[in-house]
Design a protein around this ligand. Structure first.
Ligand code: WT7
Length: 653
């Protein structure tokens, strides 16, 4: 527990309290009758179809679900367009003039886009894409800062049936290149730069590196985010075009393409257990239904709310809960481009106060940083507009939960700890704020219509206790495949038990009241500051360095980030391990993958401990990284140390 915990929090923690919705909250909530769990469980297809019916369909579906495990088709034969559901539907009502996005740039510039503005600009950009030759089914890569144009580009793709592949702006040129090539994107949309902690992130310059080896790209569109000549931008004649120039001549009229419910909406790459990220594929009807339903019920979203999810759109949280879910609900969405501690550590609270944010959704790693910065920062601001708060990305430790409750929510706001994944598309385990009694640290229960269960290795249900988290029935927003690699999809997610049971990769425990407690990944995937990083990817990046012979990457506990990367490295013959080499290797990984994958520790070892069959003993390495097996890790360079540790370990087993 951090040192600066106040006596009130300590008391709360000792009480092992749970938090019930207040009568006031319950009476106004969209959903407050617990009978819904049973109703949904009895007929999940009818439950989901109920939400789908609240959306706008061009042609109705003939069948809710066709399940040839592990291949699901939801809303078979139904036709719709997501951009029409997020825009046109609202523009025909009084929401036409409602703020869709309230955006703030890091330097303090501000923009508000009404639903009508967003609709117009989306139609225009859809026409721009068409002019550049983009057709239904073509892939478009988006490498942008957190600016409204990113949402506009996504909606424009969806409007014409193109598949977007958003690449987080923090990824390196190589990561961008590999993602573009994996799905042969035809167009790249990027920006001259973005702002992060007062620095310019020169996206187009990074993109130029990637573009040297992306033969499928025919056109590049550059959004001008920077003023004047703050960043130099190379515009390649014939290939590269300024966004604002193209938009000037683009028509406001663009009919939404008729899309099948199962047509591909987007690809989003995420890390797995191999060196190669997986292109998770989401389709149209089921995905929209899932994000629409969960946004409405989990956040109890109403027309008068001001909703803010702090995630970058480059991650799935931003896709589902900055763009599609809230816009499908006609919400007002706050978007902030930059760092939470810029120029001061109260930037987020300043924004909450300025726009009267009512719903606030962030990650445990951010909450732990706020805790460390101290209560004086939120205390400077009036946060009484808040009425509900959420958490996502990793298990939230009870201390952080209680701190969030007291110092941000003023002990008034329900907290929804939402468990889900890029693959699930939408929130799957979560409290319903008008129903659920919450317990700090538990994501509580599956959303109605979701069959999440804890199974043991053999696939038996664990009624109370620990095991592996599985989803035993298909759900609308589930991934449909891994782009270009359906076999990997089957192997990765549907082979642990049977073809009809989805394996999440997470461990979890059920308590005696049926509450789910998520325990983290059970595979070689790490969660650093809420971002998923594959150990193999980082290992490949390290081995790619000319001085490295072998490497093994493990996670260790980190106060703020939850987990940090510790990389064990053996160097090649004749190379001396040194502090400066460690720095060089960290930089190398950041250049190869992106800053999020930069290891915190580089530990040089004469050899890596392996079992007789040649498997690296990761548990031993984790203990070493945690400082449990060895105080001073630098002595690992002694060739006998690893062997001794290994012996000790094997005798313990
Ligand atoms: C992994 C998915 C989809 C949200 C952003 C991350 C972990 C996510 C929670 C939570 C405990 C959580 C899991 C999951 N995770 N939310 N509330 N409690 N763990 O998406 O990159 O696809 O990562 O994040 O380990 O498998 P992602």
């Amino acid at each position: 527990m951090p040192e600066n915990v106040s006596p009130e929090i300590e008391a709360l923690l000792k009480e092992d309290r749970s938090f019930s919705p207040t009568d006031d909250f319950r009476s106004k909530a969209h959903i407050s009758d617990p009978a819904i769990f049973e109703t949904a469980a009895k007929d999940p297809e009818a439950f989901w179809a109920g939400f789908a019916k609240e959306l706008e369909w061009i042609a109705p579906w003939s069948k809710v679900l066709e399940w040839n495990a592990p291949d699901a088709k939801w809303f078979v034969g139904g036709k719709l367009n997501i951009s029409a559901n997020c825009l046109d539907r609202h523009v025909r009502t009084a929401r036409r003039n409602k703020a869709a996005f309230v955006w703030e740039g890091e330097p303090g510039d501000r923009r508000t886009l009404t639903y009508f503005d967003l609709y117009r600009q989306t139609c225009q950009f859809a026409n721009v894409l068409k002019q550049l030759g983009v057709k239904k089914g073509d892939r478009v890569a988006l490498y942008l800062p957190l600016i409204p144009e990113l949402a506009i580009a996504m909606l424009a793709c969806a409007r014409i049936g193109a598949v977007h592949s958003v690449v987080f702006g923090g990824f390196s040129a190589e990561s961008l290149r590999d993602r573009i090539n994996d799905s042969s994107c035809k167009v790249l949309v990027t920006a001259d730069g973005g702002w992060r902690r007062g620095q310019i992130v020169p996206l187009k310059q990074t993109a130029d590196e990637a573009l040297k080896e992306t033969p499928s790209i025919e056109h590049v569109v550059i959004v001008k985010r920077m003023h004047g000549d703050t960043v130099s931008v190379h515009v390649k004649e014939g290939r590269d075009h300024w966004y604002h120039r193209l938009m000037q001549d683009a028509s406001y009229e663009c009919a939404a393409e008729v899309m099948d419910a199962e047509d591909m909406l987007y690809i989003l790459y995420t890390s797995g257990t191999t060196g190669k990220p997986k292109g998770i594929v989401h389709t149209t009807g089921g995905y929209l239904t899932g994000v629409y339903a969960t946004t409405k019920w989990v956040f109890d979203l109403k027309d008068e709310d001001v909703y803010w999810c702090t995630a970058d759109i480059g991650w799935v949280t931003g896709h589902s809960y900055v763009v599609y879910g809230p816009l499908a609900n006609g919400a007002t969405v706050v978007m902030y481009e930059g760092a939470p501690d810029w120029p001061q550590k109260d930037r987020l609270w300043e924004i909450v106060e300025r726009y009267g944010v009512t719903i606030f959704y962030t990650a445990p790693t951010a909450i732990r940083a706020f805790m460390k910065w101290g209560t004086e920062w939120p205390a400077k601001h009036n946060l009484t507009s808040l009425r509900l708060m959420g958490s996502v990305g990793e298990p939230i430790n009870p201390e952080a939960w209680v701190w969030y409750h007291l110092h941000i929510g003023n002990a008034r706001c329900p907290i929804v700890d939402t468990w889900w994944q890029t693959e699930t598309g939408a929130i799957a385990i979560t409290p319903l704020p008008g129903i659920t009694r919450t317990k700090p640290g538990s994501a509580t229960q599956p959303f109605p219509g979701i069959s999440a269960e804890i199974l043991n290795d053999k696939g038996d249900r664990v009624p109370v206790g620990g095991g592996l988290l599985a989803i035993t029935k298909p759900w609308p927003s589930m991934l449909r495949t891994i782009y270009g690699d359906h076999d990997r999809f089957v192997r990765q997610y549907w082979s642990r038990w049977g073809r009809d049971i989805y394996f999440t990769g997470d461990g979890a425990k059920l308590d005696d009241e049926g509450y789910y407690w998520l325990l983290g990944r059970v595979d070689d995937v790490l969660n650093v500051a809420g971002h998923r990083i594959g150990t193999m990817e980082v290992e490949s990046a390290l081995v790619d360095h000319p001085k490295v012979a072998e490497s093994a990457v493990v996670g260790r506990t980190h106060e703020i980030k939850g987990q940090a990367l510790a990389a064990f490295v053996t160097v090649k013959e004749g190379v001396t391990a040194s502090e400066s080499l460690a720095d060089e290797l960290k930089k190398h990984v950041a250049n190869k993958i992106g800053a999020i994958a930069r290891p915190d520790d580089i530990i040089f070892a004469a050899d890596l401990p392996k079992t007789r069959s040649g498997k690296i003993m990761r548990r031993l390495l984790r203990d070493i990284a945690e400082g449990k097996a060895l105080g001073d890790t630098t002595t690992l360079a002694d060739p006998t140390v690893v062997a001794k540790l290994k012996d000790q370990y094997e005798s313990q087993e």
